[in-house]
Write a protein that binds this ligand. Structure first.
Ligand SMILES: *[C@@H]1O[C@H](CO)[C@@H](O)[C@H](O)[C@H]1NC(C)=O
Ligand SMILES: *[C@@H]1O[C@H](CO)[C@@H](O)[C@H](O)[C@H]1NC(C)=O
Ligand SMILES: *[C@@H]1O[C@H](CO)[C@@H](O)[C@H](O)[C@H]1NC(C)=O
Ligand SMILES: *[C@@H]1O[C@H](CO)[C@@H](O)[C@H](O)[C@H]1NC(C)=O
Ligand SMILES: *[C@@H]1O[C@H](CO)[C@@H](O)[C@H](O)[C@H]1NC(C)=O
Length: 321
């Protein structure tokens, strides 16, 4: 009996490999093309045979190259908790699964559409989508320029067209970058720009989208002298950074949207004041004035580079002779 079931398995394996292999091979090729170690979290409605094929396939393809380190199959009701190795994770989704929209909503609320996660969405002819190949079920998801979502759309004849989709801001129109095409004869033909330019450079043009920045001014008159160098010993650090951040917005073709406050922000009775409050309430995207790193703020603020060296000094008055 045991022998018989093994025999059956081998027969099944042989019979179906030629038939389904294209999708499995396509997924393997796309993951390889990302040139990063990858752990796959797969939400697919595949038969056990196809799942098995996928596991077998990638271990054969990866001979001597452990780019795909793990594959985990989950059902659409489960959105995984991720605490480590986020940079390796790729969410693979078969868009023809039933009731997949709730899975995307919960993933979105857990920020899984942000960096460093990656997505590969496999779309067949049963899935409704728009002219950019954006499937309708994710049309309302905010996948901003830091997201990395590859959509593989089946065009018939085992041919796939691949594109990378994102939107500049919440509810703005979807944009698509060509990623490549996959055919059984040629395998993956990747678009040149995908390899030669990083994601940040490809998505530099924010099409005049307003980026809101909060600055700290301790003196009311500083507002009138942000760029003219009058009283540049007052609120120096903000006046210096005001220029830098405006260059940044020009560089990204974004429009300026400024807020001003008179403090860096402290936690008072459970709510944050000042600039930290603006950041915590998501009223602004960037804190424009450099701010000291405190453990309390670090819990809610992401610090980037320090634009101004800061140090403490004791100053002694020279004794009178
Ligand atoms: C899928 O959605 C349909 C209606 O939208 C519902 O009746 C069905 O129970 C759902 N299935 C699952 C597994 O949640
Ligand atoms: C599939 O390929 C055949 C032959 O190459 C072609 O005649 C047919 O139009 C193709 N079908 C689609 C849907 O691309
Ligand atoms: C900035 O965005 C606007 C609106 O999309 C566009 O017309 C303009 O060409 C862009 N400028 C640059 C330098 O890309
Ligand atoms: C600065 O302006 C605020 C409100 O506009 C006002 O309450 C405050 O008294 C002013 N401070 C000074 C020093 O003028
Ligand atoms: C904090 O809350 C207490 C009690 O509600 C109140 O008496 C106090 O004035 C509040 N402090 C500030 C700075 O709002």
């Amino acid at each position: 009996m045991v022998l018989f079931s093994q025999f059956l398995f081998v027969v099944l394996w042989k019979c179906c490999i030629a038939e389904i292999n294209t999708e499995v091979a396509m997924i393997g090729d796309v993951v390889q093309s990302m040139q990063r170690p990858t752990a796959i979290v797969a939400t697919v409605c595949w038969s056990p045979v196809k799942k098995n094929q996928f596991l077998r396939f990638r271990s054969e393809e990866d001979e001597g190259d452990d780019r795909i380190s793990m594959v985990q199959f989950i059902d659409p009701e489960t959105v995984p908790e991720i605490n480590e190795h986020e940079q390796f994770l790729l969410f693979l989704v078969d868009m023809s699964c039933n009731n997949i929209s709730r899975y995307f909503e919960r993933s979105s609320s857990k920020n899984h559409f942000r960096t460093p996660f990656r997505w590969l969405l496999v779309v067949d002819s049963t899935v409704e989508n728009d002219e950019n190949n954006v499937p309708n079920v994710i049309a309302h998801i905010d996948a901003l320029p830091d997201s990395e979502i590859v959509v593989a759309t089946e065009m018939g004849n085992n041919t796939y067209i691949l594109s990378c989709i994102y939107r500049v801001g919440p509810s703005t129109e979807w944009l698509a970058e060509p990623y490549g095409a996959w055919k059984p004869e040629t395998r993956l033909q990747i678009d040149k720009a995908i390899h030669t330019q990083s994601l940040a450079l490809r998505r530099l043009n924010l099409a005049r989208y307003p980026i809101s920045i909060c600055y700290v001014l301790t003196n009311n008159d500083s507002y009138n002298h942000l760029t003219d160098r009058i009283n540049d010993h007052i609120d120096t650090i903000t006046k210096g950074n005001f220029l830098t951040t405006n260059f940044l917005l020009d560089f990204m073709n974004a429009t300026q949207s400024w807020s001003f406050t008179n403090s860096w922000g402290y936690k008072v009775n459970g709510s944050w004041s000042g600039m930290t409050g603006y950041l915590e309430r998501n009223q602004v995207e960037i804190g424009g004035s450099p701010m000291f790193f405190t453990s309390e703020r670090a819990a809610i603020v992401d610090y980037v580079a320090s634009p101004t060296p800061t140090r403490s000094k004791f100053v002694f008055q020279q004794p009178k002779l």
